[in-house]
Design a protein. Structure first.
Length: 354
């Protein structure tokens, strides 16, 4: 592969409820990372409230960007390009980040690069860090299979080179992250659902309830809607059996066992289909990225059962951040990708379409 030029990229991310900015050098070295979370603001709604999210982005995006530059000990003049999430995401949230990036580009004359949020998750696997043995982490090698698992997306993607994506399959209904959120609400575990379910599942028995696995044989697609419904029906049945009324809300549910059994069903399907897809397409490396990749049960199972190297970003880089946007921005910038100030938000932007 031709050696790429050195560059420092300022990344800006505001696709959902995290306002983030970061500076990354050469797509691998993190110079700074700042994330302003809105988790507490949305907890009372049990999910992200779009209008609240966009207003909060407006309030904090300037100080977040300033802090990212200050932490990197750089000024905007030291930056080679500005990368910003263009989509997919919440329209109002995306516009805030885009406008900030456009203003900086216009005022400084720096190039502007629009990044797909899912692409950002993938490129978090190229960032430098030490592995579990304390040795320098080796980045992924092509060809590889990528499993993207986040709040709104569950996809299997084949990558034969940088910025080349062949979508093999994806969710037909609920994404894995959406299923976690909905089950968390059902079990009254709070928001965000992924960490809440994982915590509740820790003391539980993953074999307590036989929840269905939707394999969708003959395809690389996923479906978690039926699993979510199965959990709902199980909760209703428990309340009917133990309560005085048809659905007695006062019944103490076996939350730990329900959470553990649900989590086991999701994780088994994700890990198994990813492993089989890697074998089918003759790749030796598997990349797992997105918010759900922070789930320890998934990390353990997919690392144990998958042959070859498995790349999973550290937990702090699994959830939304601007480091991943800057990393992806470097690889696009180094290959000559540029966007003008007329660039619009693309809330439903598929990975691989420019």
């Amino acid at each position: 592969m031709k050696e790429l030029p050195s560059a420092r990229i300022l990344g800006i991310e505001s696709s959902c409820d995290e306002t983030a900015a970061a500076v990354v050098e050469d797509g691998r070295r993190i110079l700074s990372s700042v994330v302003a979370s809105q988790e507490e603001l949305h907890a009372e709604y049990g999910g992200v409230f779009p209008e609240v999210a966009s207003r909060q982005h407006i309030r904090v995006i300037y100080p977040v960007v300033e802090q990212a530059l200050a932490k990197a000990h750089l000024s905007l003049g030291d930056i080679d390009a500005i990368a910003v999430t263009r989509g997919p995401g919440l329209p109002g949230s995306l516009v805030v980040g885009l406008n900030m990036a456009k203003g900086l580009a216009l005022g400084s004359g720096k190039p502007l690069v629009g990044i797909n949020h899912l692409e950002g998750h993938l490129y978090s696997a190229w960032l430098k860090r030490n592995n579990e043995e304390g040795k320098e982490y080796l980045p992924p090698e092509f060809p590889l299979l990528a499993l993207i698992v986040s709040g709104g997306h569950t996809e299997l993607v084949l990558m034969r080179d940088h910025l080349q994506y062949e979508r093999l399959g994806g969710t037909l209904d609920d994404a894995a992250g959406e299923a976690f959120d909905k089950v968390a609400r059902l079990l009254d575990l709070g928001y965000p659902g992924g960490p809440a379910v994982e915590k509740a599942a820790k003391p539980g028995d993953p074999a307590a309830f036989k929840f269905p696995r939707s394999w969708l044989e003959g395809s690389w697609d996923f479906s978690f809607s039926g699993l979510k419904t199965a959990v709902l029906n199980q909760v209703k049945n428990i309340r009917q059996e133990l309560g005085d009324s048809k659905e007695d809300e006062s019944v103490d549910l076996p939350v730990a066992d329900l959470a553990a059994s649900f989590q086991a069903a999701v994780v088994e399907v994700l890990a198994t289909k990813a492993r089989f897809a890697a074998q089918e397409h003759d790749v030796k490396e598997l990349l797992v990225a997105g918010g759900v990749s922070a789930n320890r049960a998934l990390r353990t199972l997919i690392s144990k059962d998958t042959p070859g190297r498995v790349h999973i970003p550290p937990i702090e880089l699994c959830t939304d951040n601007a480091v991943m946007i800057a990393a992806a921005g470097y690889f696009r910038f180094a290959r000559g990708h540029r966007h003008g100030l007329e660039m619009d938000a693309m809330p439903t932007w598929p990975l691989g379409s420019d």
